[in-house]
Design a protein around this ligand. Structure first.
Ligand SMILES: Nc1ncnc2c1ncn2[C@@H]1O[C@H](COP(=O)(O)OP(=O)(O)O)[C@@H](O)[C@H]1O
Ligand SMILES: [Mg+2]
Length: 256
């Protein structure tokens, strides 16, 4: 059994949306999936209640019972646990990080989310956990410097999962109906994104290897220019102006 946790202290980055959609995509790909909703708001418990036919169970588990719950799930033959964490640094978020084999840190392509990612990454690293970044809510069809800079900044901090996830109505509709996007509209682009994302996560879990690089298709969809893409793939911490404020934040943290 493997456990992935969607964590970032920044609210609204897409933890619950992506946790639910990837859980459903993984289920369709043959995993036995269980979602643990560690957020006291229990959004995914409510999401699950909207769909009586779901074969992806969801439960809110108090932090004190998490280890026991995980052991019980493993015994039952669950192969993948997806944890949705709250957007803060509470005991719930910490418990989620501690329980995870892999922490997935989603961020939208804006500087506030990127700064939030930096803080979360430091926290995850302090717990000695593997982590990857994920860029969510990218504008679907236009060239966009924000996306390009966001991807570069995240790659300068660590691995960035492919594909970039676009902002699409399907994600919001699926949430409303208690579905994953792969159930709502299996032939849609969002569904394809989630299938690809699950494949990337699975590879990372299996090998602990660097996440897949951004593929031309995915990058084009997200509006990243081919030239810039090359730069992202080779991005080193020199990734420049846009990474600077975060580097400063890291330095401050280290000094603290
Ligand atoms: N890829 C996406 N496309 C469109 N809307 C999205 C996407 N990801 C998240 N959202 C929307 O953004 C909002 C915040 O997402 P949510 O998953 O609740 O974030 P978090 O759990 O990190 O606070 C929700 O209204 C959700 O529907
Ligand atoms: Mg949430």
């Amino acid at each position: 059994m493997r456990t992935i946790a969607f964590v970032t202290q920044k609210g609204g980055a897409g933890k619950s949306t992506l946790a639910s959609c990837i859980a459903v995509a993984a289920r369709r790909a043959g995993e036995r999936v269980f979602i643990i909703d560690m957020d006291p708001l229990q959004c995914l418990v409510k999401w699950s209640n909207a769909n009586n036919n779901s074969d992806v169970p969801v439960e809110h588990v108090p932090t004190a019972k998490l280890s026991k719950a995980l052991a019980a799930l493993e015994k039952k033959g669950v192969t993948l646990v997806v944890i949705d964490a709250p957007g803060d640094n509470s005991e719930f978020a910490t418990a989620a990080i501690r329980a995870a084999d892999l922490c997935i840190i989603p961020a939208r392509p804006n500087v506030f989310d990127l700064w939030g990612s930096e803080v979360t990454r430091a926290n995850v690293k302090n717990h000695g956990k593997d982590h990857v970044f994920l860029l969510n809510q990218c504008p679907p069809a236009q060239q966009n410097a924000r996306v390009e800079q966001g991807a570069k900044a995240l790659q300068a901090m660590g691995a960035l999962l492919a594909p970039l996830v676009s902002a699409r109505v399907d994600y919001q509709e699926a949430a409303r109906l208690g579905l994953g996007v792969t159930e709502l509209n299996p032939d849609g682009v969002a569904a394809q994104e989630m299938r690809e994302l699950w494949s990337s996560v699975k590879r990372r879990l299996k090998k602990g290897a660097p996440a897949a690089k951004i593929e031309p298709m995915a990058a084009a969809k997200a509006g990243v220019k081919p030239m810039a893409m090359g730069a992202q793939q080779n991005a080193k911490p020199t990734a420049k102006a846009e990474a600077k404020p975060m580097a400063r934040a890291a330095a401050t943290k280290r000094a603290a």
